[in-house]
Design a protein around this ligand. Sequence first.
Ligand code: NAD
Length: 319
Amino acid sequence: MATLVFGGLGHVGSWISHDLAARGEDVVIFDLGAAGLDGLGLDYLEPYRDRLTFENVDVLDVHTLFERMRAYEGRIDAVIFGVAVIAGPNFAKRPFRHIQINTVGMLNVIEACRIFGVPKFINLSSGAVYGDQAGGQTEDLPVKVTDLYGATKASNEVLALQYGQTYGIDVRNARLYFVYGPGKLPSRMHVLYQAMFGPLEGPTEADSPKGGDQSLDWTHVRDTAAGVVALLDAPADVSGEAFNISSGVAVAHRDIVGHVADIVGHESKVTLGSGLFFERGAPLDISKARARLGFEPRFADIREGLRDYRAWLQGARPH
Ligand SMILES: NC(=O)c1ccc[n+]([C@@H]2O[C@H](COP(=O)([O-])OP(=O)(O)OC[C@H]3O[C@@H](n4cnc5c(N)ncnc54)[C@H](O)[C@@H]3O)[C@@H](O)[C@H]2O)c1
């Protein structure tokens, strides 16, 4: 049996795939353009090549999706859905396309799960479902979205839960938040990410128009993945529930810039304009994940997470 990770070449999905393969499990990765690992820079997956199978599937191409899922019928005990266009300035530039990928894409996948009898579905959701509600958000707060991305994540949670209830699929929603760390090059991310994390990669000039007055709950990707795997492993009594998976700590963005300068040994030419970059509160309350999943973030002190990120960026991409 295997776990099927949609978006398994993405930032979070690749670390989930890593963690499952590292403990000896088989992982099937469905991702857009996936032909294998070569050239992707996901060096941490290299030792586990023999546990990984790749399928080049676009979740909006239902024919290929169903055809390839049929090939694994009876061999998948869980699907993790991690395909998305993530939050950021890019999302609203092509709203219809991006909503299709996030929401119609998930609908296509959970429909395939229904038809092929996949018993468990982990939906990678987001703290975006809380919108700009003040930090300390618990899972029982009503949903309040403040952008189109958040609308896709809230819709997906409701759709997935109703699929679960109607067709007997064990659905679990993982609410992730502001992921950083190995696997993602800051230079390929939005400008706030570049301004805060870019100097860890190499000499960086970045001017973020906003975000300087914000504190967010940035989560090291290894903690994110560990939380999702804990949710996957949890007994059936968590079925139908949502769990916040984050560091549980809000850090001021200007402090992150300062920590990064300390780590690289000099100030960089980065600026953060005043105001908020994302309409979100922080931190998420992770006490439910602690109590029910045994989740404990390793990188609750962001300085340790930044040092780990720096080590990967330097090792993988020396400057
Ligand atoms: N990164 C964050 O800060 C963050 C925060 C909260 C929630 N999340 C959620 O976690 C999940 C994973 O996010 P991530 O940061 O790993 O994103 P990512 O962009 O790194 O990975 C997404 C993956 O989906 C694949 N993909 C995109 N369109 C596709 C399509 N049409 N068909 C098949 N594959 C497609 C991409 O190739 C990529 O590998 C998403 O659901 C996201 O909404 C992420």
